[in-house]
Design a protein around this ligand. Sequence first.
Ligand SMILES: *Cc1c(COP(=O)(O)O)cnc(C)c1O
Length: 392
Amino acid sequence: MKKNSGFHTRLIHAGHKKDPLGSVTTPIYQTSTFEFENAQHGADCFAGTSNGYIYTRLGNPTIRSLEDAVANLEGGFGGIAVASGMAAVTTMYMTFLSAGSHIVSSAAVYGASRTVLEKHFSRFGVEATFLDTSKLELIEAAIRPNTKVLYIETPANPTIAITDIAGCADIARKHNLKLVVDNTFCSPYLQRPLELGADVVLHSITKFINGHADVVGGVLVCKTEEDYKFMYNVMTSMGPNMDPHQAYLVSRGLKTLAIRMERAQENALKIAQWLENHPKIAWVLYPGLPSHPQHELAKQQMKGSGALMSFGVKGGFEAGRKLMDNVQLAVLAVSLGGIETLIQHPASMTHAKVAAEAKLAAGITDDMVRYSVGIEDAEDLIADLEQALDKA
Ligand SMILES: *Cc1c(COP(=O)(O)O)cnc(C)c1O
């Protein structure tokens, strides 16, 4: 594969090393440990003067293949695959935060990314401020002398609020902060934060990157060698590793990322337009609709509008509950970014543990329904919503 190959070519070939036995796909190296050629080779591997594999917690060819592929797609120095999206988030916190440091983050960041700071990292003296990062002036005002990280999620989950990544990069540079972006909602196909000035991008690969609702996993990509080496040491010391079989499945899913995303967002736009004109729908938030408050910014920093939307049914939570109980095609389940369409209620499900005032401040209203669009036929999904709305 040429260095300047297009995104689709890199999706298929990046990270794959020519296999000595001719395997076209990267084999599953389901082993915990690796045999050294002799005592000197073992010593060289530990000294880092030979790049042979040692032990799977410290590195494994199947996992490395996935890490190299995602790093290539995001345009960073190196990738680090871990057991879950939350393992990626906490590895990033452990890398850049110490006792007494402060982090500024999006109020509508993924629920557990917030509660792990409030409940657990606070036990180690880490301070956190959550605010609407779509308003850059609020970020500047929240920065303290001990602020180390600006951590944003855009579009945010589940409010679909967009944060200006390049604007955040300017602030981070000025105040010497690490800018980290949770790119789960977009995947590198739609948005590449490192190109816009971020230092680290992370994913729950449970979602679009794997895309088939059959694996939980996470990945981080660092822009610089220095950040990568330090973070890799944190990860291998703490041990939130990915498993080789898990890496194989994710590599398999990753290859079709672009065509899945294209199909899902084509469906999403049709459904969002249809919902917006439905008399029982109070509001729809989808970046591809001109009614989205940050439609222009979304067009600038995203290559497409993605497959996630949220909407409110007239009649509030009760009407929304009836809708969720009556859909027959969309699956009532949390998570997102798979090939099947999912529907859920953030206030009582994914964000139930976020305090009531914090939820409201983050824009997570009781009437909000989140809809993750899959790759079925848009007409069937619309018919499903129509019959369920008739009962709501
Ligand atoms: C799901 C998700 C996470 C957490 O990932 P897991 O794989 O469930 O641990 C983090 N951020 C976002 C935006 C997510 O959607």
